[in-house]
Design a protein around this ligand. Structure first.
Ligand SMILES: Cc1cc2nc3c(=O)[nH]c(=O)nc-3n(C[C@H](O)[C@H](O)[C@H](O)COP(=O)(O)OP(=O)(O)OC[C@H]3O[C@@H](n4cnc5c(N)ncnc54)[C@H](O)[C@@H]3O)c2cc1C
Length: 450
């Protein structure tokens, strides 16, 4: 194949695509361009690097560069940035960031996996030297370096999605006082009220001061270039020694600006179920794409590792001559915040309402272990199903343990088109250390049918 396959981005989607393409076509020339020095790094572990549970960035390496090159026969090029794409001429202009020169690569097939672009609030002071974005390893390292040099005492985290929550805990673990500011009243994109209340209580117990429903208006400095105060739209002025931006990503990385490829309402690339963009021979996957929602068929931006890796595999297989199909995403998320697991999948009540889908929601609470068995605590589960046929659309769960397992079960049930009755029939494993006899999912199924 002339020029072979070129993949832009050596992150989650790019590496999944590369390894799948290699399996599909053992002799295909495959080049992976990565602008940073890091390839195949588990960036989902960055909050734990900041929090101190993971000692060093090297520990996040999933597959070393040498193995990718030798065992997988991939021409992986860290510190090589794709600077311009000519989709007609099928070439990529690449900057070798070590030597500084530009060169041109030809391709037969191209996979775009450059990730998204972190949102930066358009407020004064956001370029301050103590304002950090932890969406890439360099940002996390810069934050760690700054913390070790400056011994900060107070931090502000902007955004209460999973990353903001994880970062708030990480900074608490380092002994900082933490303000967590979120412009919406809900956390984690919207949980049922009893679950949200529990999460808020846990954050407060962990020493995080929460500011829901507040906008950041300005970051003000003291000494040159350094932010010292954050002003919120409620009139509050918070003393801060550092700021972490965790306000989400847009699906528009700089490389893709102005390219003549079809896009969705949020600016993400649109691909078909083969992961091919509107330009034949050009595939895309990961945070730069709007994927099809598995339950609604609508295009959604779900910047998560699972969808990125899955669509990446599909892109890799098809770009190498295979015939794989992507079947859509649900948006399943799980995290641990202090002593609680929190997880969600599929649609929330509000998301269903916005789509005009009538729903029935059941919220149950049951002990995560047999009542007489030491440890554990209440596990709260909220289930969302279409009304009146009872087809499951989503779930949320929170508790000291077992929340992720329940949500994963419902994710599969959603994919399979199951409903309340199936949940009632669920024969979940039971033993005193990890369940009560009536699993909360079975309980919810039974209650819903009453
Ligand atoms: C701190 C953090 C924690 C996370 N935790 C979770 C989690 O617990 N669970 C979960 O499901 N998801 C999590 N995510 C999200 C998940 O990591 C992403 O959705 C996923 O990595 C997206 O894959 P991607 O390949 O599209 O982007 P990335 O993995 O970001 O990779 C894109 C790569 O492309 C490179 N690149 C960009 N432009 C160019 C260019 N012009 N030339 C060459 N290279 C380029 C970038 O340097 C980057 O390495 C987390 C993300 C972060 C940042």
């Amino acid at each position: 194949v002339k020029g072979g396959l070129v993949i832009v981005g050596g992150g989650t989607a790019g590496l999944a695509a590369a390894t799948r393409a290699r399996r599909t076509a053992p002799t295909l020339p495959i080049t992976v361009l990565e602008q940073s020095p890091h390839v195949s790094l588990g960036i989902c572990g960055l909050p734990y690097l900041i929090g101190g549970q993971i000692p060093s960035l090297e520990d996040l390496q999933i597959m070393p560069l040498a193995r990718l090159r030798q065992e997988r026969n991939l021409d992986v090029r860290p510190l090589n940035r794709a600077e311009a794409l000519d989709l007609r001429g099928r070439t990529v202009k690449v900057r070798d960031l070590v030597r500084g020169h530009l060169y041109t690569l030809e391709y037969e097939r191209l996979i775009l996996a450059p990730g998204g672009r972190p949102r930066r609030p358009a407020v004064p002071g956001v370029a301050g030297e103590n304002v950090f974005s932890v969406y890439c390893p360099e940002g996390a390292l810069a934050l760690l370096d700054w913390m070790s040099r400056e011994s900060p005492r107070q931090a502000l985290v902007l955004g209460a999605g999973y990353l903001g929550l994880e970062m708030a805990e990480a900074l608490r673990r380092r002994g900082l006082a933490v303000h967590l500011v979120e412009r919406r009243p809900e956390l984690l994109g919207g949980l049922e009220p009893p679950l949200q209340e529990r999460l808020v209580a846990e954050l407060e117990r962990g020493g995080v001061q929460l500011w829901p429903g507040r906008n950041l208006e300005a970051l003000e400095g003291g000494v040159a270039g350094r932010v010292r105060r954050a002003l919120l739209d409620g009139g509050e002025s918070l003393e801060v020694d550092l700021v972490v931006l965790a306000a989400g990503l847009t699906p528009e990385p700089p490389l893709l600006e102005g390219l003549p490829l079809r896009r969705g309402a949020q600016g993400g690339l649109l691909v078909d179920s083969r992961a091919e963009t509107s330009q034949p021979g050009v595939f895309a996957a990961g945070d730069c794409v709007e994927v099809e929602h598995r339950l609604t068929g609508r295009r959604v931006h779900l910047p998560l590792a699972g969808p990125a890796a899955r669509l990446g595999r599909v892109a890799g297989e098809n770009a190498a001559g295979g015939a794989a199909r992507y079947r859509g995403a649900l948006g399943t998320v799980g995290l641990r915040i202090f002593g609680l697991e929190v997880a969600r999948t599929g649609l929330s009540r509000n998301q269903a309402r916005e789509l005009g889908i009538p729903v029935q929601v059941e919220t149950v609470s049951s002990p995560s272990r047999a009542r007489y068995y030491p440890g554990g605590g209440p596990l709260q589960v909220a289930l969302v199903a279409r009304h009146p046929d009872g087809r499951l659309l989503g779930a949320q769960a929170i508790g000291p343990e077992g929340a992720v397992a329940r949500v994963n079960t419902v994710a599969l049930a959603c994919q399979a088109g199951l409903g309340w009755r199936d949940l009632e029939d669920l024969e979940a494993a039971y033993a005193p250390p990890f369940a009560s006899l009536w699993d909360p999912l079975a309980l919810a199924g039974r209650l819903a049918q009453r």
